[in-house]
Ligand binder design. Sequence first.
Ligand SMILES: [Zn+2]
Length: 291
Amino acid sequence: MRIIPIPIFEHNYSYLIIDNKANEAAAVDPAEPQKVLAVLAQTGAKLTSILTTHHHQRHSSGNVELVSERPTLAVYGHDARIPELNYVCKHNEEFTVGTLRIRSLHTPSHTKGSVCYYVRDVNEMNEEIERAVFTGDTLQNGGCGKFIEGDAKDMYNVLYNILGQLPKDTKVYGGHECMLTNLQFANTIDTNNYFIQEKLKLSQSKNCNVPSTIEEELKYNPYLRLSEPSIQNALGKSNPHEAIHVLRELNDNFIGKNIEIDGLNGLLEMNYGMNNRRERRSKELEPSSVP
Ligand SMILES: [Zn+2]
């Protein structure tokens, strides 16, 4: 399979997932549909599905325009608030896009209807050769989304009993470019973590920090490392539900510096001729602008 991250708005990502064998594609959260269609046109693949991670506008609002242009699209999701939803996928339900196997994982906490899509590519022998998960605002690269419609216990369950259990080589594609801010925060909690410090250095020199892998997230994402005594000490909590609650509160009040993904827009311009570039600049993030 081929996965193309498409930067939209200030720091969101849409994705095209293309099955090379069937030349069929799915779009994840195509909230600026014309950008996604411009990239799609150059791949020659046929778009058959929209995978919506949750109902928030910057993830689902493009469904209206896309479905009005292409009325036969299957629109997957798990929340009646998603525009044009025509297939409500249940937890652990399997479906296909071309020959790609997709499993919807119901992961409520950021919103009640949040879904992550676990995608697997197989070879002629029916062996899995590549795995990826599209996590919206639930598991973020290096962090996680706010618990808006759920609580700390819900997010703990999602991260430890669902997403953290995926095979370690699964690539993680979050809904935003926020690795740098997330790791700056992680570095204030998990202060002697070599993997955070190394990844921070790398992230500062890169415009696009997706994907990571589950294995990498387990090394540097504090939300997945709550059994570490050093993190429990930093948070003053050993009960995991209390610890993740405190971690989220500290995260909500953390002001990091992020780089807008304009450099990535430059890559799109180079690869796909899209004129989408703005000046790269460092930006102070308000706590409220972090997903
Ligand atoms: Zn959201």
